[in-house]
Design a protein. Sequence first.
Length: 136
Amino acid sequence: MITRFNLCLAQETEELRLDPATVRAGVEAILSDTAKGLYYVAELGARVVGQVMITYEWSDWRNGNIWWLQSVYVEREFREQGVFRALFHFLEQAARKRPEVCGLRLYMHAANGRARASYEKLGMKQTEYQVFELSL
């Protein structure tokens, strides 16, 4: 399910068709090594309808861990029903209980206005930082 959600996420937000085998291997890597990150899923009944992954970044400036929210996805038919809000509030509460966590961050595709509105409603603020990348 997580692999499928990640493939859908890339297609819907960036029109990217990712290699399913590579994505599955990446998901399995996290599921087998929590030092890499953790997935959290939202269920309605027995059905998984949404997900978020957290990874960690140590901040020497803040002497704490920043939890990066990644792979945020909610199935289309369950959007605008509070699924991501519930996942976010769960993670926010968990982070507040851990003194070593100093913040939550995420990045999004610049053109994803729906996501931007959702994040702002949850109290998140756009920063002055921009992401640079060198693919290897």
